[in-house]
Write a protein that binds this ligand. Structure first.
Ligand code: ATP
Ligand code: MG
Length: 263
């Protein structure tokens, strides 16, 4: 039991969150093991993003606690939570459209540097990215290469194909060297063929980086192929938490999630 707990990287206990009459989270209890790849499913308004918002500090639960790596992070601000290694993407890619792919990476890294509030400089005068002992340029190039985005580096973000936009948005979540990545619909708005490519890339990069991933996904083919574990939300509650082969045939999941999915 003690060993099992040690392997937990995230433990959300008794989370509740209401917006007026709407209950967006009702007694959510989720424990996530290190290095796992977890799919979050549920229809529109089920509470998936609310859960991500609470874990990342963008929303405070009305009650409940969130423990990350043995530390209570419930009261912390998003910036401090990011600094500890919990990073996220948003449902809508947060890119600077007028900047190039490379410049977007550099802005992301500059924010990391700013949040760290410390760090040194190389003799060239370039700042060192904390924890990586490399220059901003070197880290930006490295992350772009890991996502096969190098050939797009000089392109303006606004003219990128949809799948590349999504990949760049995910690549930007890696700037802070996350230990947990929360990806809110990483494959939305792209073709079915592209979804698999994006997820394969994410799995490869995240495995190399030793991070744990929670991803929101509406496409059950993607979920069954990539998730090791599925957490299904309905009306702010977790209605199923099981491996995909169990969760995706669970009667409640079929009724409240799969059967009522948006197109
Ligand atoms: N800031 C907010 N203010 C008021 N209501 C909110 C707020 N955020 C979420 N809600 C409500 O909480 C419920 C859960 O929303 P949430 O965004 O978590 O759903 P979701 O599962 O991410 O849905 P989707 O698949 O559409 O992204 C919804 O009824 C939503 O309208
Ligand atoms: Mg959402």
């Amino acid at each position: 039991m003690a060993d099992a707990r040690k392997n937990l990287i995230l433990e959300a206990t008794g989370l509740n969150k209401s917006f007026g009459a709407v209950t967006a989270a009702k007694d959510i209890n989720i424990a996530v093991e290190r290095d796992s790849f977890v799919g979050l499913i549920g229809t529109n308004g089920a509470g998936k993003t609310t859960f991500i918002n609470m874990v990342t500090g963008y929303l405070k639960p009305d009650t409940g606690t969130i423990v990350y790596d043995g530390r209570d992070i419930t009261p912390l601000q998003p910036r401090d939570i990011t600094r500890l290694g919990i990073c996220r993407s948003f449902q809508i890619p947060q890119l600077y459209n007028s900047l190039t792919v490379f410049e977007n990476m550099m802005v992301g890294l500059a924010v990391v540097l700013h949040n760290a509030g410390r760090g040194g400089f190389f003799s060239s005068g370039e700042p060192i990215v904390p924890g990586r002992d490399k220059s901003l340029h070197a880290v930006a190039e490295e992350i772009l290469a890991s996502f096969d985005l190098t050939s797009y580096r000089g392109r303006s973000a606004q003219v990128l194909p949809g799948g590349v936009r999504k990949l760049l948005d995910i690549a930007l979540t890696m700037v802070a060297a996350p230990k947990i990545l929360l990806l809110d619909e990483p494959t939305s708005g792209v073709s079915s063929e592209e979804k698999f490519g994006i997820m394969e890339m994410v799995m490869k990069v995240v495995k190399d980086a030793g991070a744990t991933v929670l991803f929101v996904e509406h496409d059950m083919e993607v979920v069954s192929r990539f998730a090791q574990r599925v957490i299904a939300f309905a009306d702010g509650q977790v209605i199923c938490d099981a491996p995909p082969e169990v969760a995706l045939v669970d009667p409640d999941v079929l009724r409240f999630v799969v059967g009522s999915q948006r197109a």
